[in-house]
Ligand binder design. Structure first.
Ligand SMILES: Nc1ncnc2c1ncn2[C@@H]1O[C@H](COP(=O)(O)OP(=O)(O)OP(=O)(O)O)[C@@H](O)[C@H]1O
Ligand SMILES: [Zn+2]
Length: 721
């Protein structure tokens, strides 16, 4: 082949043709350096017949400059990239970029210089050096990474190198990971577990596409069971990808994995150091990384010989990416399994309606674990009607919950209070003039964080120190906190139970894997009496002494007409309830609500999951919502309000008129200002059979917009703001 078509990393450019110079060999998937005008650009040699482009005469072709020292991207991954771009209306280049997600890895193997503290007696230290020594204990990384960890400048650290306080360590970027032992500590499975495990193991050995929905109640041992499939893949010399919805869960997972297989798996997520990314990426591509556990971005890693994909907590909303390429990792995982011809396991105690529907229609095989492992029973769930059982004025915990908390503390058992709102209070206003603190960049209130003494926007990250006086009327000490966040609940618990050890668990407190590990350790060692947390503590954790769960506000998620509101509420509360009574002692759950008659609350109280899903399914069918109909959103944004509105009107004005497609809008999006951009939205609802992507592509492709306007298409959206 002396002429190739390349996908280049520039979203504005189509595929480009190049000549392969004498002595260079490339094949589809090769990662190459291409000349582009006076510059160089990274590209991937693509299957020319799958990538229409302009035919350039042979004498005009420029030669490729270099083949990068990495294995060619395998064909199944190239098919996945094509499918993702096509389905989510993204450019091939932006999807392919997710596959080449470590630039360091492309440069080949090498050594990296990292630094770590020496044993040298530091003597008298400057405050900066003292801070660095405190922060860097046990760490090893590049100067830049260490500087970020310790919040000091590179110069401070270089000074410490010269003073002998830090030493250089040469690290081979391709050093192998220790091998997992599939027989290290295999558990004795129950009869039900063994039956499911056997199905998985057979599917792994068959090397064929087979999607499973592992539907098992909380505490039934889903992890233990899919670990058998992982073991089978390792025995076959195949690689495994396990997707988790949240980095905070990784720590618990790593511990369990290590207990089962003797080593920790390879991890992949956004807070990896660049040297770790590079090592992981290369090991995956070389086929050495046996098991990778990661966030959704791990889906696009270049596995050489994948044998199994597991999506744990598969119902989780965080598998949906809402910026850049807006994909749903759960769906993409199934597609990858299909292109790779391997089984995929979607595990959940509260599957997404879409997944259940796929099982119903026979496309996924549903396997069930109906009971908790080891004789543990499901918790007893009661509803507390807040209109009758009122908390004290200015408080949020009703008397029955107060009693339950006291009782557990006396018995030395643990409790968990759940409220899905970070910070102290969602709204702050001035008692004197009524001023409300709003984000300057977003149409949202600033949330008070008392621990950090700040008011923060949860959409854009804008923060200000909490002022002493009202910025509007200058009255001092006049600010009132409205409504509860978890910090406020934790204060209330401290007031009710002054002797209790309370842990606040949110993304503000579990900021690193180390902190997450510390929390798990303290909770497991019974050094915590009451956990107060957001959705971060609703799933994955197993604390046998935790016997009481209180839900502070079950109605919160039901507000604001999101099509999945009821389902999400059901999932969250069922999951958090599932943390209670997982050991020998039975669990109790109290749910605070003002709408005890709402179907979702009734279903939770009666434990009738099937009835809830059946009712929800009918509601979705009536509304033409997924999985029966399809939705897409077009979000038009600009820093200039009029420009955004005009562009949205332009799109609305050329909307196709099709019998089975309904178009709503344009209208200002519910979050009409986000990160300084004004937003307009169109919603498209279509029959399942409609080729929605083609309709949208043909509609938007001919339109041109001013440079400040961004038009984003969200296929199968999760967020309706
Ligand atoms: N066969 C088994 N032998 C020993 N321990 C087991 C077995 N099955 C499950 N367990 C233990 O029971 C507990 C619950 O199992 P696991 O966490 O896998 O359940 P799960 O279904 O994933 O729960 P959740 O959905 O609530 O996270 C764990 O501590 C697990 O180690
Ligand atoms: Zn904001």
């Amino acid at each position: 082949m002396n002429r190739v078509r390349c996908l280049v990393f520039n979203a504005a450019l189509g595929p480009l043709d190049y000549r392969v110079p004498e002595g260079m060999t490339v094949e589809p998937g090769s990662v190459v350096v291409c000349p582009l005008g006076p510059r160089q650009i990274i590209g991937i040699v693509w299957d020319a017949e799958r990538l229409p482009g302009d035919e350039v005469p042979a004498n005009k072709l420029r030669p490729l400059l270099q083949v990068l020292p990495v294995p060619p991207l395998p064909a199944p991954l190239r098919r996945l990239i094509e499918w993702t771009a096509d389905y989510y209306l993204a450019s091939l280049a932006s999807v392919a970029r997710m596959a080449l997600s470590s630039t360091g890895a492309l440069r080949g193997s090498s050594t990296v210089t990292e630094y770590r503290l020496t044993d040298k007696e530091p003597g008298r230290l400057t405050p900066q050096r003292a801070k660095a020594i405190e922060a860097l204990d046990g760490q090893q990384a590049t100067i830049r990474e260490l500087a970020a960890m310790a919040s000091v400048s590179d110069a401070v650290l270089r000074g410490m190198v010269n003073a002998g306080l830090l030493e250089a360590v040469l690290v081979d970027s391709d050093r192998p990971y220790p091998a997992a032992d599939p027989t290290h500590a295999a558990p004795d499975l129950s009869v039900e577990q063994a039956a499911v495990a056997t199905q998985f193991v057979t599917a792994v050995h068959a090397h064929e596409f087979q999607p499973f929905l592992l539907d098992g109640v909380t505490g039934s041992g889903k992890t233990e069971v899919y670990f058998e499939a992982v073991a089978a893949a390792i025995e076959d010399g195949r690689q495994v990808l396990v997707l988790l919805p949240e980095i905070a869960l990784t720590q618990t997972f790593l511990k369990r994995f290590e207990a089962r297989f003797g080593v920790t798996p390879v991890t992949w997520h956004s807070s990896l150091k660049s040297s770790e990314r590079r090592r992981a990426w290369r090991a995956v591509a070389a086929g050495h990384a046996q098991v990778v556990v990661g966030a959704r971005s791990a889906l696009f890693l270049p596995f050489a010989k994948l044998g199994l994909i597991v999506v744990d907590e598969a119902h989780e909303v965080s598998f949906k990416q809402d910026d850049g390429v807006r994909y749903n990792a759960r769906d993409v995982a199934v597609m990858r399994a299909r292109f790779e011809s391997v089984p995929v396991v979607l595990a959940s105690a509260t599957p997404a309606l879409e997944s259940l529907q796929m099982a119903e229609s026979g496309r996924y095989e549903r396997v069930v674990l109906p009971a908790r492992f080891g004789g543990a029973t499901m918790p007893d769930i009661q509803v507390i009607d807040l209109r009758i059982e009122q908390p004290e004025r200015g408080h949020w915990i009703a008397p029955p919950l107060v009693r339950a908390l006291k009782e557990r503390l006396e018995k030395g058992e643990q409790s968990l209070l759940f409220l899905n709102r970070r910070g102290y209070a969602p709204l702050t206003l001035c008692r004197t003039c009524g001023y409300r603190f709003q984000c300057p960049n977003c149409s949202a209130w600033l949330v008070e964080h008392r621990l950090s003494r700040r008011l923060a926007c949860h959409h854009c990250g804008h923060e200000v120190p909490t002022p002493e006086a009202c910025p509007e009327c200058s009255e001092p000490d006049c600010l009132v906190a409205c409504g509860p966040g978890v910090e406020r609940i934790a204060d209330e618990v401290a007031a009710i139970l002054p002797e209790a050890r309370v842990a606040l668990v949110t993304s503000d407190t579990l900021t690193s894997p180390a902190k997450a590990a510390e929390f798990v350790e303290r909770a497991s060692a019974k050094a915590i009496d009451v956990i107060v947390g957001t959705q971060l503590v609703t799933k994955g954790y197993h604390f046998p002494e935790l016997t009481f769960v209180g839900v502070i506000d079950a109605d919160m998620g039901l507000e604001g007409g999101d099509l999945r509101a009821a389902e999400r509420t059901y999932q969250q509360i069922a999951q958090v309830s599932g943390r209670a009574g997982r050991g020998e002692k039975p669990g109790e759950v109290l749910i605070q609500t003002r709408h005890p008659e709402a179907p979702v609350i009734e279903a939770l109280a009666s434990g009738d999951r099937d009835a809830f899903y059946a009712a929800e399914t009918e509601a979705r069918r009536d509304a033409g919502a997924p999985p029966f109909g399809r939705w897409a959103a077009i979000i038009v944004s600009s820093e200039d309000e009029a420009e955004a509105r005009d562009a949205a009107r332009g799109i609305g004005g050329t909307a196709p008129n099709l019998a089975d497609v309904m178009i709503l809008g344009p209208a200002p999006a519910p979050l009409s200002l986000l990160r300084g951009r004004y937003r307009y939205r169109l919603l498209i609802n279509a029959r399942r059979s409609t080729e929605l992507q083609r309709v949208i592509r043909e509609w938007l492709d001919p339109l041109r917009f001013p440079p400040g306007v961004r038009v984003a298409v969200d296929i199968d959206p999760y967020s309706f703001v």
